[in-house]
Write a protein that binds this ligand. Structure first.
Ligand code: PEP
Ligand code: MG
Length: 317
């Protein structure tokens, strides 16, 4: 198995019909880039920056500390793209004890971008750190949990102000691509509004499932109802991928689904070409890519999407 794995690591992720697939890694800390590269990742599709903020007893990380962390990740990837998500704090990812303040952890509350926009000084410190890290390699900034136009506009304004603050103080910064997480059903349905503004999108299927089915991700008592293959979830994902492809915008999936080898063929059939998963899942997904024919999968995926019971049509594994 080891030998097969190390052989796979250097095999390009190309389907039987010649479609190139990008397999990227989800990471939590800058040092995780080592594991990402060891498993053959061709970029970081999701750096969950909230892990720099969680479980701390002292102050939250300032601009300089964040800059060093992002720079370390960017340099660690040696020129491959690094997608860093702004803090997605709240709900299942609380700040350390005593740091919570007015923030009540809740899936529907002041979390993710809502918290960042409520704390603009902190948000701009993060944006400045990200812009500065972009001097050292390709950086994509990803915004979590957006749901409406007003939030999009506020994000753009904060980003412009962060750039202006760096200019005013003569601090160097680099170019970035700006992306939105699509993880709220409202965002999936309004995807075109997002594509007017963002360079790329990444589908967060964990939260998209939670919010579409009204199943709290953190509640064990309803865990058996959590189903990313629910037809409503699949149709939202398919809609987002379709619109992105039609408009020539990059789209990835960075939720757990992207690391599930049993679902790889379905996502390929739906037109997905960029997957981001835990590093340990990348090679298993690549094996599925190597034996796939996307043209055949496209026809099959349409049948799965039309079904009220998609699981019945999934290969038994
Ligand atoms: C998701 O919601 O699918 C996602 C990738 O983000 P997180 O799991 O960090 O909420
Ligand atoms: Mg999420």
């Amino acid at each position: 198995v080891r030998e097969r794995q190390s052989q796979l690591q250097h095999t390009p992720a190309v389907t039987r019909d010649g479609e190139k697939i990008s397999l990227q890694a989800n990471i939590e800390l800058p040092t995780d880039t080592v594991a990402a590269l060891e498993h053959g990742a061709d970029g970081i599709g999701l750096f969950r920056s909230e892990f720099l903020f969680m479980g701390r007893t002292g102050d939250l990380p300032d601009e300089e500390e964040q800059y060093q962390a992002y720079r370390q990740a960017v340099e660690g990837m040696g020129g491959l793209p690094v997608t860093i998500r702004t803090v997605d704090i709240g709900a299942d990812k609380p700040l350390g004890k005593g740091r919570q303040g007015a923030l009540q952890p809740s899936a529907l509350g002041l979390r993710a971008i809502r918290w960042s926009l409520a704390e603009p000084v902190m948000f701009r410190a993060q944006l400045r750190a990200l812009l500065r890290a972009a001097c050292h390699g390709p950086v994509n900034i990803l915004i979590p949990m957006l749901a409406q136009q007003a939030e999009i506009e506020q994000v753009l304004a904060q980003l412009e102000q962060a750039r202006q603050e760096l200019r005013d103080t003569g601090v160097a910064f680099g170019p970035i691509q700006l992306g939105a997480m699509i993880e709220v059903p409202a965002a999936a349905l309004m995807i075109d509004q997002f594509l007017d503004v963002f360079d790329f999108v990444s589908i967060g299927t964990n939260d998209l499932t939670q919010y579409t089915l009204a199943i709290d991700r953190a509640d064990e008592s309803v865990a058996h109802l959590f189903d990313a293959l629910h037809p409503a979830v699949l149709r939202l994902i398919a809609h987002v991928i379709d619109r992105c492809r039609q408009r020539g915008k990059k789209v990835s999936v960075c939720g757990e689904m992207a690391g599930e080898p049993a679902i790889t063929h379905l996502l390929l059939g739906m037109g997905l070409r960029i997957f981001s998963s835990h590093p340990a899942q990348i090679l298993a997904v690549k094996e599925q890519v190597l034996c796939a024919d996307t043209r055949a999968l496209q026809t099959w995926a349409q049948e799965v999407l039309a079904s009220n019971d998609p699981r019945r049509l999934m290969p038994v594994r």
